[in-house]
Ligand binder design. Structure first.
Ligand code: FAD
Ligand code: SIN
Length: 534
């Protein structure tokens, strides 16, 4: 096994990973940052973000931190942590301005003023976007190019982090695998910026890399995991087959005036919420689910013809083009849409600067659960959380870690011996295993849950696990992903069984009411077993 040593290791190259690598490197006096990513640089959920990023700017007289806090807390269904919401909202101005200074181009009008848009459950226009509906691509492209040019950031692409190295209750590094060779990288600062887990569901807006790896790694290392039952389902993924299946139709389309309708053109959202089509996401998703159950169809429809056709094409060039490729002219036709797994509110319990329950281990972005989103994320708050937590983490590292290094010990060497051992020759059909897991999660742990559906899913996951006999070392990257997907799926099912109420995105038919007091649901691995902790 080859050993490497770095000042900081960033795992993942979405917004959280790219931005934290840039900011940490800016503060380094010596040493280097290592950035490891599973696919190519920038391939991530971040790349596909559409609607935009929340920007509570001090010079926007229409908006205020207080208003953003109120909207975030309302969407979060009682489970958001006030101090975290306040911190992230207050830092929005500084961080957005920093991103602009790094060369991220948010859309501007003819007078060079930033354009703000509206999305569900926001009381004012406060969302910035790039290239109309390709915000993620705009941000990721700029940050990826900065990282690519930076010689103090070593980049390892197509490389997966497979295990965190811990000793004396401290994280000291990570084992990485490029499909052929293993390396152990030691560092006092190990950052999980590994994104979400949409791929554990049959229908998802997330790309292939979103398999929950960082969550499984953190859990296996003994980190506290928070609110694992809260998966956000987006109400409007494109309901077509083929390459564009589940392509996201941004909430910003409803923000600009589109409305959900049944096949006969009846707009139904007024039956569900006073904010109608701009109600919080969990409410719109359940409304779509109910309408689909009523009609027996596998989709509902989005009527974007209500928006001026020139504006529509200019504001949503990407969505217009993808729909057209599927014979849908959004200025004339209804868009068939259905809910799909989109975002994970739960995760590794972390502070706003990424600190977790394990010293030396940090989690930022979608992998983290800071308490910002509570039980339901407000649209466009995720990119903001990625940016603010990455920025705060870099400051924390500067003040606390800058000159420390990690020594290789006999214990560490011993614990990594397994990676030099030969595996048996069984090669698992991971595509089939992943598909089975995705069906189990979609059917039993999806938009609507009950004790019965959850317990059935739990048994099915146990049975699936018995078909896959790998405890630690795997044969290839896809096997590692499946192992992680199984771990994370089991955490979600158990957390969902344990939360005996309905709140935000977690809806149970057997416990349809929300308890008066909102409590976090925390899990930790103790003696190899899953335990709930306060
Ligand atoms: P990601 O961007 O997902 O990056 C994770 C990275 O980690 C990837 O590079 C991945 O390859 C890598 N990785 C994972 N596991 C490993 C491993 N084991 N080893 C090495 N590397 C690993 N949010 C908003 O706020 N506004 C929006 O408009 C918006 N639109 C969205 C549209 C779509 C279609 C989707 C899917 C999400 C959208 N979201 C939006 C959510 C938002 O994009 C994500 O929550 C956010 O980008 C997450 O960023 P991240 O850096 O935490 O993770
Ligand atoms: C969207 O554009 O609808 C996604 C926005 C988000 O997930 O925040």
């Amino acid at each position: 096994m080859e050993y490497l040593n770095y000042s900081a290791i960033v795992i993942g190259s979405g917004l959280a990973g790219l931005y934290s690598a840039i900011k940490i490197e800016q503060n380094l006096q010596s040493g280097k940052v290592l950035l490891i990513t599973k696919a190519d640089l920038g391939e991530s959920n971040s790349r596909y973000a559409q609607g935009g990023i929340v920007a509570v700017l001090k010079d926007n007289t229409e908006d205020s931190v207080a208003s953003h806090i109120t909207d975030t807390l309302n969407a979060g269904a009682g489970l958001s942590d006030f101090n975290v919401v306040k911190y992230i909202s207050e830092y929005s101005d500084e961080v957005i301005k920093d991103l602009i200074s790094l060369g991220v181009n948010f859309d501007r009008d003819e007078n060079d003023n930033l354009i703000f848009t509206l999305e569900g459950a926001h009381s004012v226009k406060r969302i910035l976007h790039c290239n109309g509906d390709a915000t993620g691509r705009g941000i990721e492209k700029r940050l990826s190019s900065l990282v690519a040019q930076n010689e103090n950031i070593t980049k390892l692409q197509n490389t997966i982090a497979v295990e965190l190295i811990t000793e004396d209750e401290t994280c000291k590094g990570v084992v990485i695998f490029d499909g052929a060779n293993y390396k152990a990288v030691l560092s006092p600062v190990v950052i999980l910026a590994t994104g979400g887990l949409g791929q554990i569901y049959k229908n998802t807006t997330n790309p292939k890399c979103a398999t929950g790896d960082g969550l499984a790694l953190a859990y296996n290392a003994g980190a506290i995991m928070q609110d694992m039952e809260f998966v956000q389902f987006h109400p409007t993924a494109l309901a077509v087959e083929g390459e564009n299946k589940n392509f996201l139709i941004s909430e910003a389309v409803r923000g600009e005036g589109a409305k959900l309708a049944d096949r006969n053109g009846n707009y139904y959202m007024s039956q569900y919420h006073e904010l109608e089509d701009l109600a919080p996401r969990d409410i719109v998703t359940r409304a779509n689910y109910e309408q689909m159950a009523k009609s027996g169809e596998d989709c509902v429809f989005l009527d974007a013809t209500l928006i001026d056709s020139d504006k529509l094409k200019k504001r949503f060039p990407n969505i217009s083009q993808i729909c057209l490729k599927n014979d849908i002219d959004i200025s004339k036709d209804y868009i068939p849409v259905h809910p799909a797994a989109h975002y994970f509110m739960g995760g590794v319990k972390s502070n706003v600067d990424g600190r977790t329950s394990i010293k030396g281990l940090f989690a930022i972005g979608e992998t983290a659960s800071t308490g910002l989103h509570g039980a339901n994320r407000l649209a466009s708050n995720s990119l903001l959380e990625c940016a603010v937590t990455a920025y705060s983490l870099a400051k924390y590292v500067k003040d606390n870690y800058i000159s420390s290094t990690i020594q290789l010990t006999e214990n560490i060497e011993k614990s990594l011996k397994k990676y030099s051992q030969e595996l048996g020759f069984i090669e698992y059909d991971t595509d089939a295993l992943k598909a089975e897991l995705q069906d189990i999660m979609w059917n039993g742990v999806g938009i609507i849950r009950s004790e019965e559906s959850l317990k059935t899913a739990n048994t099915q996951l146990h049975n699936l696990k018995t078909k896959f006999l790998r405890n630690s070392k795997c044969l290839n990257i896809s096997e590692y992903e499946f192992k992680n997907m199984l771990t994370v799926a089991q955490l979600i099912v158990n957390a969902a069984i344990n939360r005996k109420e309905s709140r935000g995105a977690h809806y149970r038919t057997d416990y349809p009411y929300t308890k008066d007091i909102a409590e976090h649901n925390c899990i930790i691995k103790q003696q190899g077993e899953l335990s709930f902790v306060r």
